[in-house]
Design a protein around this ligand. Structure first.
Ligand SMILES: NC(=O)c1ccc[n+]([C@@H]2O[C@H](COP(=O)([O-])OP(=O)(O)OC[C@H]3O[C@@H](n4cnc5c(N)ncnc54)[C@H](O)[C@@H]3O)[C@@H](O)[C@H]2O)c1
Length: 305
């Protein structure tokens, strides 16, 4: 997408952090933005920080609630017209060893981080195809969707799934004028730890992980990982740039290069060293997904906004 002026974006998890950063970048680019979140008070507070009140609209939405998605999409279209940019960004963080996880941990994590993305796609892709004006979908994954991390197996499972979903969806929509990106950030300043505790439903209260300690905001703000993290505003600008470039992967942190390269090398090194079977290659035919990867490789790397 090149022309953002007067187009409409719909962002989930927009009450704080990356979603709010995206919303700010979109408004800055001349878009109308529907901010949605399950935390109504935080959402209203976020809305109040925008000067361009006629270009922003807030809707309380739990991304796991499919009926609520339909109502929110209808309301968004009534307010601003067809939606061109969908950002499936709402997410929760869950940590702990996988062997200690409960079904409640799994259902909470996959319900929001993967199910929420699926619900967004199911709701909006038909509407985007129907309005025929083109568009773009950004699904927020994580560096944890491209490499495993210690004691983050549930989170990584959900975020790896979002990467595979996004790549596949990009292939499916390639000829339909709708771009698809998966955003895989490393550390960005946000409220993720606090919001996860706030949004965990009672029905999923049974956790195998020890509850996180009550947040000490002053200590956290001073901690190296938070202090060195990218601001959400910068992350939002970089996502906007990724949409403009129609990148399949929106990567904002060059610091993850060694991890990604090492994982790619590990996968390649696991291939048997023997001549490939020509009949199998012929039977597989030309894979459309190879073209997806080649298209991304052909682009110049993004630069800082
Ligand atoms: N902050 C980081 O360092 C980082 C790194 C990698 C990936 N991410 C991902 O970025 C996304 C945004 O998180 P953030 O870090 O900005 O944290 P954040 O807490 O500031 O924002 C996440 C928002 O999602 C909302 N949310 C949670 N469950 C929801 C639900 N069921 N329905 C609707 N909204 C819901 C929360 O209320 C919150 O406002 C998440 O998907 C997260 O996994 C964050």
């Amino acid at each position: 997408m090149q022309d953002f002026n007067d187009k409409t974006a719909f962002v989930t998890g927009a009450a704080s952090g990356i979603g709010l950063g995206m919303a700010r970048a979109f408004v800055g680019a001349g878009m109308k933005v529907v901010l949605t979140d399950v935390r109504t008070n935080e959402l209203e507070a976020a809305l109040a920080t925008f000067d361009a009140v006629d270009r922003v609209h807030a809707i309380t939405l739990d991304v796991t609630d499919r009926a609520a998605w339909v109502r929110a999409a209808d309301e968004a279209e009534q307010r601003f017209g067809p939606v061109h940019v969908l950002c499936n960004n709402a997410g929760i963080n869950i940590s702990g060893k996988m062997q200690e996880a409960t079904y409640a941990d799994w259902d909470f994590c996959l319900g929001v981080n993967l199910g929420g993305v699926i619900n967004g796609i199911q709701t909006f892709v038909p509407r985007m195809l129907a309005h025929g004006q083109g568009g773009h979908i950004v699904n927020t994954s994580s560096m944890g969707g491209l490499s495993a991390s210690v004691s983050a197996g549930l989170y990584c499972t959900s975020k790896f799934a979002v990467v595979g979903l996004s790549e596949s969806l990009r292939g499916d929509l390639m000829d339909q004028g709708i771009g698809v990106s998966v955003y895989c950030p490393a550390a960005v300043q946000s409220e993720l730890f606090e919001s996860t505790a706030q949004v965990r439903p009672d029905v999923f209260a049974d956790s195998g992980a020890a509850p996180p300690p009550a947040p000490d905001f002053a200590a956290r703000a001073a901690s190296p990982i938070f202090a060195s993290a990218m601001t959400a505003e910068e992350a939002g600008l970089r996502v906007l740039n990724g949409i403009r470039r129609n990148d399949m992967y929106i990567l904002t942190h060059p610091e993850i290069a060694k991890t990604l390269a090492t994982r790619a090398r590990a996968i390649m090194s696991a291939l048997p060293v023997e001549p490939p079977n020509a009949a199998r290659i012929a039977a597989m035919g030309t894979s459309r997904h190879t073209a997806l990867y080649e298209e991304q490789i052909a682009k110049q790397s993004p630069t800082a906004p």
